[in-house]
Design a protein around this ligand. Structure first.
Ligand code: SF4
Length: 294
């Protein structure tokens, strides 16, 4: 990870491990999801184009022209004005002629503020991939976690990104519906994913974070955390309900109980067999669900 300057704790997708991190925005404009404490320590602000350009110049001063990947953090940089994103994309390309990938986070409610033409312009100027925390496609779960959009709004946003030619990484949180909504969470998320046909589905398994509303619900007994077998069974329901679309499913996160990955169009049967194998193992083979950042 290559960082020039940063305010607060750095969060970036694991797949951006070797990208230059440029903090184009600070914090998250929503900052209300019941499971998330990532940006609670900072108030949302959009940095000026001049400040962002200065960071890019500093990066060039240190690393030269060789950089190939940039991730523009923080939580919802897609909210920036389209003309400003284009400005920093163009400037990045002028400083780093070998640049192959420019990426950022974007949630459905902020993607939907942009038109297809604007998103196509962003793609044309080098926005190659968007990381989108879908988390769930089930409306009941989405309301409970205060995500700020519905499954249909997620479909609209996902299709906009795909139609603009931007690669889409969608994130799904195993166990986010608790025991009560586990099946609906998986089935309705699969419906949304089947409609969008993202490039990647990235699995994360819920680990309640101290200081969040969901953690309080869990501590009071109002939210039932899935055990490893239940989490794997939910993953199986998800995969079973996904069509053989041209999407890669990956488990690139330490929170997951098992590494399930493959192409849905090619490896669905193998992934189900892998999940069945993991479910056949004794619970002592998995991390304690209460371990991690509780
Ligand atoms: S999950 Fe994403 S949208 Fe929700 S509060 Fe955290 S950073 Fe913001």
């Amino acid at each position: 990870m290559i960082v020039i300057r940063y305010e607060g704790v750095i969060y970036r997708p694991p797949s951006e491990f070797d990208s230059l991190i440029i903090q184009a925005t600070i914090g998250c404009p929503h900052n209300k999801c019941s499971f998330c404490n990532m940006y609670r320590d900072r108030r949302f602000k959009i940095r000026s184009v001049e400040q962002i350009k200065k960071d890019l110049e500093d990066a060039k001063g240190i690393y030269g022209e060789k950089l190939e990947k940039i991730f523009f953090s923080d939580g919802n940089t897609i909210l920036m004005k389209t003309k400003d994103i284009i400005d920093i994309l163009k400037y990045s390309k002028s400083l780093f002629p070998k640049l192959k990938r420019a990426t950022m986070y974007g949630s459905a409610q902020y993607i939907n503020l942009k038109s297809l033409d604007e998103l196509k312009e962003l793609r044309k100027h080098g926005l190659t991939r968007l990381h989108c925390g879908m988390e769930s496609g089930d409306d009941e779960v989405l309301i409970k976690i205060n995500k700020g959009y519905t499954g249909n709004e997620m479909i609209k946003a996902g299709k906009l990104i795909k139609d603009a030619g931007i690669e889409l990484s969608l994130y799904y949180i195993v166990g986010l519906g608790g025991r009560e909504l586990s099946a609906n969470h998986a089935i309705n998320s699969a419906k949304v994913i089947n409609e969008i046909k993202p490039d990647f589905i990235r699995l994360r398994t819920l680990m309640p974070r101290i200081g969040t509303k969901l953690y309080e619900e869990y501590k009071k007994g109002d939210f039932k955390l899935l055990n490893p077998h239940e989490a794997l069974k939910e993953t199986k329901v998800l995969v079973n309900n996904l069509e053989e679309i041209n999407t890669c499913l990956v488990s690139d996160h330490i929170s997951n109980y098992w590494n399930i990955e493959g192409s849905l169009s090619r490896d669905k049967k193998d992934m189900i067999e892998e999940i069945d194998y993991a479910i056949s193992l004794d619970l002592s083979n998995f991390r304690n669900p209460e371990s991690g950042n509780l």
